[in-house]
Design a protein around this ligand. Structure first.
Ligand code: MRU
Length: 350
């Protein structure tokens, strides 16, 4: 499945708002429309919006390629700000945009048109790296999945949320590829239903057994010993290992601890934000109230009712059994462990 493609100067995105009912691809040649597609959740999932924003910068550079150098860079800065503002919690978005800007600034002596070409190559590189990184996360994580495991996941941290393969679902894919039997329970993930619409869709296409449950059923299943472990993705991980992910993740972590079940987070380096000491500093997106008051366009709550719709929550690091990254597994993460892990991996992720 190629939910993000770049063909003949056009960015092609699978419209995730319509899945699983319709499979429609939309085309983008203007960075403003790309920013809007991220905001409106045509594409969602932290690594996916990072890669798409990188293509947005490449489109902006192409639009500005005949300008003088000063106008090129000021136009690029405007596009960067517009793309970064599309969604605040997933740090992969800012990470990808900053990486693109850095590459642009490093091209001393090149014309805007040459820089535009280099930026397109860089966006393609970010997309390609994401696929490779997810495969590595999957292969490290597969070791943690026993044969016949019953795995609970939340939201969609799969191929649709990345450029391909997925993080949490990448771990499931790798375990299945290694010959293990895995049964996935997917939280439906209110209010946007990434679990019942997207996780269920992508796993069932590959014949990986998946059963959807409403979010409030997880504790009961754990009590019934129907779950062996929980695995989720992440939108931003602070320096101490606190994890922001889809709203409801924190409740699952607490439930997993109460039932002595392992709770794993699968995430690439691009999801770490070591500039933030703890998860308290992570900005949490609030989405519109119609996600709560309406269902498929039909009102389900009384007119004028109060609504609170935070899209993410923060799970304190002490609830995590481990974080699975492309360079290996960090057990019971702490600030010190993360620091030495990144140092050993030779990676400067700040
Ligand atoms: O609001 P969404 O659908 O973008 O939220 C996505 C999540 O919370 C995912 O779990 C996270 O981005 C990790 S995706 C590999």
């Amino acid at each position: 499945m190629d939910s993000i493609r770049f063909e003949k100067n056009i960015l092609v995105l699978l419209d995730q708002r319509l899945l699983p009912i319709e499979e429609i691809y939309l085309e983008y040649s203007d960075w403003r429309m790309v920013a809007n597609a991220i905001k409106e959740m045509v594409v969602r999932g932290a690594p996916a919006i990072g890669a798409v924003a990188a293509f947005g910068i490449a489109l902006a550079a192409d639009e500005l390629k005949d300008a003088d150098t000063a106008s090129f860079f000021s136009g690029l800065a405007m596009a960067a700000a517009g793309l970064k503002a599309a969604r605040p919690t997933a740090v992969n978005l800012a990470w990808a945009v900053e990486r693109m800007l850095k590459v642009a600034k490093n091209q001393i002596g090149c014309s805007p048109s040459q820089i535009a070409e280099i930026l397109l190559t860089e966006a393609k590189q970010i997309a390609q790296e994401d696929r490779e990184v997810n495969k590595k996360i999957g292969d490290f994580g597969a070791e943690l999945i026993p044969d016949n495991a019953k795995v609970l996941t939340h939201c969609n941290a799969g191929a649709l949320a990345t450029v391909g393969y997925g993080t949490a679902l990448g771990v499931v894919r790798s375990a299945v590829a290694a010959g293990k039997k895995v049964i996935v329970y997917a939280d439906e993930t209110r209010p946007y239903l990434q679990g019942s619409r997207l996780t269920a869709w992508e796993l069932s296409r590959e014949n990986i057994p998946v059963t959807i449950i409403a979010d409030n059923m997880a504790g009961y299943l754990m009590k019934q010993k129907k779950i062996d472990l929980v695995i989720v993705g992440a939108d931003r991980i602070a320096a101490n290992g606190d994890v922001a992910n889809k709203i409801g993740t924190y409740s699952l972590a607490v439930l997993a601890a109460a039932h002595q079940l392992p709770f794993y987070v699968a995430a690439p380096f691009s999801t770490f934000d070591l500039t933030l000491k703890t998860g308290e500093e992570i900005p949490i997106e609030e989405r519109c109230e119609t996600e709560l008051t309406h269902f498929y366009g039909k009102r389900i709550a009384p007119e004028g009712i109060g609504c609170y719709n935070p899209s993410f929550d923060v799970t304190p690091a002490n609830y995590l059994t481990a974080i699975i990254t492309e360079a290996g597994i960090i057990y019971q993460p702490t600030t010190e462990k993360l620091q030495s892990f990144f140092k050993e991996a030779g990676h400067d992720r700040r």
